[in-house]
Design a protein around this ligand. Structure first.
Ligand code: ADP
Ligand code: MG
Length: 247
């Protein structure tokens, strides 16, 4: 396939920390509107891979193409503007602002001259806040102070803040960590809903959760791709079983 058919096209990606290759000649291809799950033992390089894609860490070698753009040469904010959103493990919401305000301040500014100058509650912003609040299941909590939300709701709010930017690729690192069983279920539904309009990469190790959301699973080990396929296929792959039993 040619690069144009994938939203994300990673080839030969390598990063060394003091000679240790955390990512080692890795290839990864993600389709438009695909929800890809990445699993793998601790230290496999999953978080580092997201760090490289979002520009937080610079690659030692290789390329990361997102649509027609080479990301390895871009700065973090340029990568966000290109349409890549990334959620870290700890939520970074404004605890003393309302849900509404948290979403509002995440609306991308500066797309027009007026946008750069004014912070206005335009109909466009209001409309987007409402749409996103629906998507993340917080439409009836718009006036609630974010600090009062449950742990799960805070995670959804942060996903909503990323959705305000309308990313074409959204990356989430262990989104259900610390959530209750009910919150996990709702998160699975949420992710399936929001991936209809964009590509997503989700790092997760809870296999029940993975089974609920995944179409294709990539297994990482020692900075490389160990296996790729359906949940069933990778779970029955002897190489994958070996790696997990070894830990
Ligand atoms: P995972 O998310 O799969 O658990 P990580 O990507 O966090 O794994 O880490 C992969 C390996 O890279 C680990 O051995 C980790 O210690 C190492 N590592 C990650 N970031 C750095 C860094 N900035 N400096 C040195 N080593 C790092
Ligand atoms: Mg990690």
């Amino acid at each position: 396939m040619s690069p144009k058919e994938f939203v994300l096209y990673v080839e030969g990606l390598t990063v060394s920390f003091d000679g240790f290759k955390a990512i080692d000649d890795l290839n990864l291809y993600v389709d438009k509107d695909e929800l890809r799950v990445i699993i793998g033992p601790n230290g496999a390089g999953k978080t580092t891979l997201l760090d490289l894609i979002c520009g937080k860490t610079k690659a030692s070698a290789g390329s990361i193409r997102f649509k027609d753009e080479e990301l390895t040469k871009k700065l973090e904010h340029e990568i966000v503007r290109a349409g890549v959103g990334r959620k870290f493990q700890t939520p970074s919401i404004y605890e003393n602002l309302s849900v509404f305000q948290n979403l509002e301040v995440s609306f991308p500014r500066g797309r027009s001259v007026f946008g750069a100058l004014a912070f206005k509650r335009t109909p466009e912003v209001l409309e987007r806040v409402r749409t996103v609040a629906e998507e993340i299941g917080l439409a009836d909590k718009l006036e609630t102070e974010a600090g009062l939300l449950s742990h799960g709701e805070k995670q959804w709010l942060e996903i909503g803040m990323l959705l305000m930017q309308e990313p074409e690729l959204l990356m989430l690192d262990e989104p259900i960590a610390g959530m209750s069983a009910r919150e996990r279920e709702l998160t699975a539904e949420l992710l399936k809903r929001i991936c209809r309009k964009r590509s997503m990469i989700v790092i997760e190790h809870d296999m029940d959760f993975v089974a609920q959301i995944a179409s294709k699973v990539t297994v990482m080990h020692q900075g490389k791709i160990l296996a790729e396929g359906t949940m069933d296929a990778v779970q029955n792959d002897p190489r994958v079983i070996d790696v997990y039993l070894g830990h």
